[in-house]
Design a protein around this ligand. Structure first.
Ligand SMILES: [Zn+2]
Length: 75
């Protein structure tokens, strides 16, 4: 059923990636993940929303992007 030969990413990793882009509200990247991977619109939206929720709940992110933002940029 699963076609993973072309893409090394597992479904779980893909979901995590979409949650991540949702957290950062990165629509370009999340759209790319949706287009490049076989995932239902429903699952995609759910994952993206989860990311938005984590952000709104104030969950900390320690990716390089956010860390440098904390130190440098004034939002
Ligand atoms: Zn981040």
């Amino acid at each position: 059923m699963e076609e993973i030969s072309k893409n090394p990413m597992t479904r779980k990793q893909l979901i995590n990636q979409i949650v991540y882009t949702g957290y950062h509200n990165d629509l370009d990247q999340s759209t790319r993940l949706f287009v490049e991977n076989r995932i239902s619109m429903q699952a995609y939206q759910k994952a993206f929303e989860r990311g938005r929720l984590l952000f709104r709940n104030g969950m900390k992110c320690n990716c390089p992007k956010c860390e440098s933002k904390d130190v440098g940029d004034i939002c």
